[in-house]
Design a protein around this ligand. Structure first.
Ligand SMILES: Cc1ncc(CN)c(N)n1
Length: 224
């Protein structure tokens, strides 16, 4: 299966994500408030772009079922994922509405442009491959770190938010997306498959860099 190939090539970066100090901090129940707020601000920019890219995926669909699936993801991204941000703001003692109008920092810009590039230059499979690391790495992280988290860990609601539970959208949707990729990969040349793998792997690396950007509060050097 092509999806197994994608998961296999991403194992080293997935391990680095799971060991990132931000992610380890979530598991330990302590992340600096400033890092949390950079994360929330940048993730707001990211999810706005992600919803638009989902709309682009919808425009590339060939069946009603595929269209309904993406329509559901757009609603989830626009309406429900701010719930995860609210949890982080509560932990940091901050008001969510004060952190929803930030400008894109470099990695957010790069990640968003990477997605828009897949939308402009790729087929549906290219776009799904570029989008999949977003839900996939969070599902993997939440499964990995929930075991070591203490019952009074303030991040538990955030970890549970991304847990692949029956009826919860992020778990089953990852399976659906990998299933779509497997179907769409049938008959593609080795060269095309390699291109698609690159889009997937780049997004995994950008997921890592997104944690890095927030934890170390990285920003543009020159601003006006
Ligand atoms: C950058 C990023 N990647 C993934 C997710 C989880 N959907 C997120 N909210 N933000």
């Amino acid at each position: 299966m092509f999806s197994a190939r994608l998961k296999a090539i991403a194992q080293p970066v997935l391990a680095d994500i799971e060991n990132h100090p931000f992610v380890r901090g979530i598991q330990a129940g302590a992340v600096p408030a400033a890092a949390l707020m950079v994360y929330v601000e940048q993730d707001t920019c990211f999810l706005d772009a992600f919803a638009k890219v989902y709309a682009g995926a919808l425009s590339k669909c060939t069946t009603k079922d595929q269209m309904r699936f993406f329509e559901e993801q757009i609603r989830y991204t626009l309406n429900d994922e701010a719930g995860a941000h609210q949890i982080l703001c509560d932990i940091a003692g901050q008001k969510l509405s004060d952190h929803q109008h930030a400008k894109q920092r470099p990695i957010t810009y790069l990640y968003n442009e990477h997605l828009f590039n897949a939308l402009r230059t790729g087929d549906l499979i290219d776009l799904i491959a570029a989008m999949l690391p977003c839900p996939w790495t969070y599902t993997e992280i939440s499964q990995q770190i929930v075991d070591g988290a203490a019952p009074d860990n303030p991040f538990l609601p955030w970890i549970e938010f991304y847990q692949p539970q029956p009826g919860q959208i992020d778990g089953s949707m990852v399976k659906t997306l990998f299933g779509m990729v497997d179907e769409l990969a049938i008959g593609l040349s080795e060269e095309r498959q390699h291109e698609i793998e690159q889009r997937f792997l780049r997004s995994c690396e950008l997921e890592y860099e997104f944690w890095e950007q927030a934890y170390y509060q990285k920003d543009w050097k020159y601003k006006n």
